[in-house]
Design a protein around this ligand. Structure first.
Ligand code: OAD
Length: 243
């Protein structure tokens, strides 16, 4: 049976500023595939073909259709108990920031409020030329991908490999990490930068660092607590410890 360490419970109860970084492992329990590991998207598909501007410019139709396929899966996904526990944590702490690498929008659907989407949101589009934002569903106007008024092709509003993150979102994430007393890294392989560095920023600024994952990651030897197992199960215990 899982049990939170007593010192972690006391940190949970005394902290005022808490930051959480989530990754694909949190949404795995909503039925969405992760990127790495068994069954991960990047085991089956090449990231450079489907998640880079070069891949998009080379085969825009293929990339667009792959994202449409993923959206059809995401459309049926619902927040799981892990997402819902994070909504409760946000109510408990005076300062709470939820940084996510996930583009599925499930933290919003669950009801979390202070969310920083580091890698964008797959449920939106934007013009690859002028940057104008579009909703997920757009009139195809006979072309695949659909075109913006300026003539540019639409693409999902996500950050692809080799692209910069939004400076304002990254700044806010950095600030939250460096000001937190308690920082959680949940369901992420901690391999993709700059997201992975946020945990270390928090630790070096004095935060207690907690990782929740099914298996150890490169971050694990830096953390104060490694909680091995499903995110939803540990988050349930954490939520209970605050009641
Ligand atoms: P990964 O697929 O790299 O890692 C998922 C992690 O979740 C692994 O370490 C798993 O062990 C863990 N995991 C799986 N199920 C879990 C569960 N139920 N509870 C706890 N942990 C679990 O996903 P990310 O680290 O999120 O980029 O990937 C980072 C970025 O790489 C993504 O945002 C994506 C991808 O390319 C973009 O979309 C821009």
């Amino acid at each position: 049976m899982k049990c939170l360490p007593a010192e972690l419970i006391s940190s949970l109860q005394s902290a005022k500023r808490v930051t959480v970084l989530t990754g694909a492992g949190l949404s795995a329990e909503s039925g969405l595939p992760t990127f790495r590991g068994d069954g991960g998207l990047w085991k089956k598909y090449k990231a450079e073909d489907l998640a880079s501007i070069d891949g998009f410019l080379k085969r825009p139709q293929v990339v667009w259709e792959w994202y449409e396929y993923r959206r059809s899966i995401y459309a049926n996904a619902r927040p799981n108990p892990g997402h819902l526990a994070l909504v409760e944590l946000e109510k408990f702490y005076p300062e709470f920031t939820l940084i996510t690498q996930n583009t599925d929008g499930l933290h919003f659907a669950a009801g979390s409020e202070n969310i920083l989407e580091l890698h964008g949101n797959i449920r939106r589009n934007r013009c690859h030329l002028c940057g104008k934002l579009y909703p997920e569903k757009v009139e195809p106007n006979g072309q695949v991908p659909p075109r913006c008024g300026c003539g540019g092709m639409l693409r999902p509003d996500v950050v692809w490999f080799g692209e910069a993150l939004s400076p304002s979102i990254l700044d806010a994430a950095w600030r939250a990490a460096s000001q937190s007393e308690l920082f959680f890294s949940i369901g992420t392989s901690a391999l993709v930068q700059p997201a992975a560095s946020l945990s270390l920023v928090a630790k070096r600024s004095g935060a207690v660092l907690v990782e929740i994952n099914l298996e150890p990651t490169p971050l694990s030897f830096e953390v104060d607590y490694f909680l091995e197992g499903k995110a939803s199960e540990w988050l349930f215990l954490i939520k209970e410890a605050l009641q």
